[in-house]
Write a protein that binds this ligand. Structure first.
Ligand code: FES
Length: 70
C-alpha cells in the first residue's frame, strides 16, 4: 500500500513533513519520525537538527532590524 507523504514550505521557516517514517539528512544520518507532522529545519541554526527549534525566528528578527536601520 502506498503511503502519502506531504511537504509544505513555511516561508522563512521549516518544512512541515506529514506522513514520513524517517528524515534523512544531507550527511546521511537518519532521524526517526515519531509524530504525524514534524518541522524540519532549513536554516541550519537549530540546536536540535534536523528538527526546527524556532531559531530561524531570531534570524528573521535580525534581518528585519537591519532593514529598518538602513
Ligand atoms: S528552520 Fe527553524 S530553526 Fe531552522
Amino acid at each position: 500500500m502506498k503511503r502519502r507523504v506531504s511537504v509544505v514550505e513555511c516561508p522563512g521557516g521549516p518544512l512541515l513533513v506529514r506522513g514520513a517514517d524517517e528524515v534523512v539528512s544531507a550527511d546521511g544520518s537518519v532521524a526517526a519520525v515519531e509524530r504525524s507532522v514534524v518541522a524540519v529545519c532549513r536554516c541550519g541554526r537549530s540546536d536540535r537538527l534536523p528538527w526546527c527549534d524556532d531559531s530561524h525566528k531570531d534570524r528573521a528578527k535580525r534581518k528585519k532590524k537591519r532593514a529598518q536601520e538602513s
